[in-house]
Design a protein around this ligand. Structure first.
Ligand code: NI
Length: 172
C-alpha cells in the first residue's frame, strides 16, 4: 500500500529517528509500503521519516536500468561503520524536495551494517550510486536533508519554493 510522502519543510523530517528493537510484522508491512511508495514515485531510496514514521528504517533500490531485475534492500538500524577518504560528487534529489537537484560531495565507498527484514545482521560495502543513496537515506534518520549540505542562500531558495508548492497544493 502506498503512503503519502511528506514534503519539506516539515518538523517530522528534522527529527532524530529512534532505533528499532524488534522487526515486527507491522514494521515489515511499513517497509513493504515504503518500497511500493518509492517505486511508484519513482525514486531509488526512501526513509521512514518521509512517510511520517520516526523510526530507523530505510529502503533502497539503485538499479535504474529499464528491464533490469529489481534489487530492493530493506535496512533496519543502518549504520555506516567505515568510509573511504576518496570523495565523490553526485547530483542528488529527494522525494521530499520534488524537482530540486544539487551537487553533494560524500565518501565514494561506505561500509554499512544493518538488520534485514528477517531480523538477520547484514554488512556490505557500497560504492557508486548505492553509496550516495545509502548515505542520503541514513541522513534522513538523523533529521538531515541533502539541502543541508548547500550554502544557506541556495537552501533558503529551495525551501521557499517548497513552501510555495505546499501552499499551491493546499489550495488545489
Ligand atoms: Ni531524500
Amino acid at each position: 500500500m502506498k503512503r503519502p510522502i511528506l514534503i519539506h519543510p516539515d518538523p517530522r523530517l528534522k527529527k532524530l529517528s529512534t532505533p528499532i528493537e524488534d522487526v515486527t510484522n507491522e514494521l515489515r508491512t511499513l517497509a513493504n509500503d515504503m518500497l511500493s511508495t518509492m517505486y511508484d514515485a519513482p525514486g531509488i531510496g526512501l526513509a521512514a521519516p518521509q512517510v511520517g514514521v520516526n523510526k530507523r528504517l530505510i529502503v533502497l533500490d539503485c538499479v535504474k536500468e529499464e528491464g533490469a531485475t529489481p534489487q530492493p534492500v530493506t535496512m533496519f538500524n543502518p549504520e555506516v561503520i567505515a568510509s573511504s577518504d576518496e570523495l565523490n560528487t553526485y547530483e542528488e534529489g529527494c522525494l521530499s524536495i520534488p524537482d530540486q537537484f544539487a551537487d553533494v560531495t560524500r565518501p565514494t565507498e561506505v561500509e554499512v551494517v544493518w538488520i534485514d527484514e528477517n531480523g538477520a545482521a547484514q554488512q556490505r560495502v557500497f560504492d557508486g550510486l548505492w553509496a550516495t543513496c545509502v548515505q542520503h537515506e541514513i541522513d534522513h534518520l538523523n533529521g538531515k536533508l541533502f539541502i543541508d549540505y548547500l550554502k544557506p542562500l541556495r537552501r533558503q531558495m529551495i525551501t521557499r519554493k517548497m513552501q510555495k508548492l505546499k501552499r499551491d497544493k493546499a489550495r488545489a
